[in-house]
Ligand binder design. Sequence first.
Ligand code: HEM
Length: 193
Amino acid sequence: MPIRPTSHLQRLRAERLRAARHQRALGYWGVLLALAVSLWVGTSIVPPEWLRTPALFGHLAAVIVGLGSAVLLEMSGLLWTLGRAALDDVRRVERTVTGLAWLGITGLFATGAFLQPDLGEPLTALKMGAVLLAAMNGVAMTRLTDELARLPAGVRFGALPFPLRLWCLWSALVSQAAWWTAVLIGMLNTASR
Ligand code: HEM
């Protein structure tokens, strides 16, 4: 029996969705594992004193790269919601900064492991919750960007269905809240040493 083009397309789309879901699941597990390893190293080794300054410098550099990428992406999203940019601009920014954001997060996990985090400190535990949230939200956002990728390049934010608009706003809000919480607590911890 000949394959109808629509059912062929539907099957292709279902396969793509399944592959994306699979990749996201790997992403969530990867984040969990990376944070667990970073915290395990951080709480079980005592790094030499000379390593503290380079590790702190690396940590700050990674904050700049990670937070900078998140701010850039959410700023371009904000401009789209205000009608000052097109969805295509947001997608271009997203393609540019995604790799940088993950580079920043990887750098934070790697350098944080040499800064001796004290998980018995409630603020530090809260910071790690924020770190986990920022990274998990980063993985979850791939589902939203897949959804946005199917829309026409010039579509207005206001023309989107309400749940999709809410999803965009919620993702951006969670991302900024989690990043800034981690930054603020990190600075407070360093200042109170
Ligand atoms: C989104 C991820 C993260 C952000 C935005 C972040 C941000 C910061 C900032 C801004 C500082 C202050 C640096 C300074 O003032 O010089 C800091 C310090 C610190 N960070 Fe992070 N950090 C993150 C992830 C991590 C992770 C994963 C760990 C550990 C595994 C960690 C451990 C520490 C420690 C222990 C300090 C304090 C150093 C000290 O006691 O002086 N951070 N962080």
